[in-house]
Write a protein that binds this ligand. Sequence first.
Ligand code: URA
Length: 438
Amino acid sequence: MRMVDLIAKKRHGQSLADSEIDFFIEGYTKDVIPDYQAAAMAMAICFAGMDARETARMTLAMARSGDTVDLSSIPGVKVDKHSTGGVGDKTTLIVAPIVAALGVAVAKMSGRGLGHTGGTIDKLESIPGYRTALARDEFLNCVRQTGISIAGQSGNLAPADKKLYALRDATATVDSIPLIASSIMSKKIAAGADAIVLDVKMGSGAFVKTLDDARALAGEMVSIGQATGRETVALITDMDTPLGYNIGNALEIIEAVAVLSGEGPGDLAALCVELSANMLYLAGEDSINVCRDRARRALKDGAAIEKLCELVEAQGGDASYIRDPSKFPTAAATGAFKAPEDGYITHMDAEGVGRASMLLGAGRADKDSAIDHSAGIVLKHKTGACVKRGDTIALLYAADAQGIEAARAVLGAAVTIGNEKPPERPLIHDRIGGNREE
Ligand code: URA
C-alpha cells in the first residue's frame, strides 16, 4: 500500500477501506508516513469528507494508537463528559461531583486551556496542593475510593490524534466535521468511557458558530458512539455569551463552589443539572426527569459540594479553599470595564471576553506560556442587561496595570450596546441521540 495512492483516492472523493485508514494512522503515529503526506490527506478529507464508516474506523484507529485506560475494575457504567470548549465553561467542576455524589463513578481526564478557552486542569491547579498529574494506578485508586478523579490526560493517550491535531492546526485543516468528531471521540474511547455525554458549544465563543454546523458535528459524534458501542448523547448549548459570570481559573472555582452550594448563576446551574441528568440517564435505569430531580437535590442537600471536597483532598489539595473560597488570593492589579453609553447590551462576544481574560493572564497564548491563577474577569452584566453610561460591566483582575488596559480595549470591541433589548437565546438548542424509552 502506498500513501500517495490513498491521498489520490480520497482527493477523488472515494471512500477509504478500513485497512487503508489503519495504514495511514499507524504509519503516521510511527513516523513512517511523513507530515507532508498526512497534511495532504487531512486537506483531502477537508474537501471530500468521510462517510460514517470511515469516520468510526479513523476514531478507533486513533484511540488504539497508544495507551488505553481500562476502567473495568470500577463497578457500573462509566460515563464520560466532554465539552467542545467555551468561555466561562466550568461545568466539569460541577457536573462531575454531582454525578459522583449520586453513585456514578467519574474517571475524568481533562485538558488545559489554549487560546481564548479555559481548561479544567488549569482551574483545578488554582487550589493549593491539588495534583493533576496522577500515575494510572493512583487515578484508578482515587476513583475506587472516592468515586471520582479529575486528572490531566496521560502522555500517550491517542498519540495519533495529538500528532494529527498539531499538524491540522498548522495546515488550516482543523475545521472538518469528520476530523473534529474523530479527534474528540478517539480520546474519549481511549480514556475508557462506556457512555459519553457531549456538550457541543455553539455561538461566537465556540468552535462552531451556527446551529447547522453544531448539529452536524453532534450527529457525527453520536454516530461514532453508536458504531463503536458507546451510547452517546449530545447537547447543543449556547456559547454566544460567556457561561456564568466568572472567567479565569480561581474565579471559576469560586463560581463552581457557589453552584455546588445551591447558589450561583441560573444559566450555569441549569446547564449543569441538564448535563448531570444526561450522564445519570446513560448510567442507569431512571427516566431523564427523575435524573434531573436527583441532580437538583444533590446541589441542595450538600452532597455535591461534599464530593468536591473529597476529590480535592484525595488529590492532595487544600479543601479549606472550597469550604471558604475567600481564601483564594486576589490579583495584584484590579480595574473595571464600564459602559461607554446608556442602552442594552445587545451582544457580548464570548470569544472577545475570552481573549480579554487571556490578556489579563488567565489563559495561554501558546501551549508553554505560564498562567496567573488569580487573573480573570467577573462580569456584572451580560447580554440583555440595561446599563447606564459609567456602570461597571466587568471587574478585571491581572498581575499588572498593562494587562488591565489591554483587556479593557478588547472588551470595548466585544461588548455592543444598542437601543433595543435583544431576543433571549435558549441555553440548550438541541439534544441529539440517547432516546431510550422513558
Ligand atoms: N477538539 C479536539 O479535541 N479535536 C479537534 O479536532 C477539535 C477540537
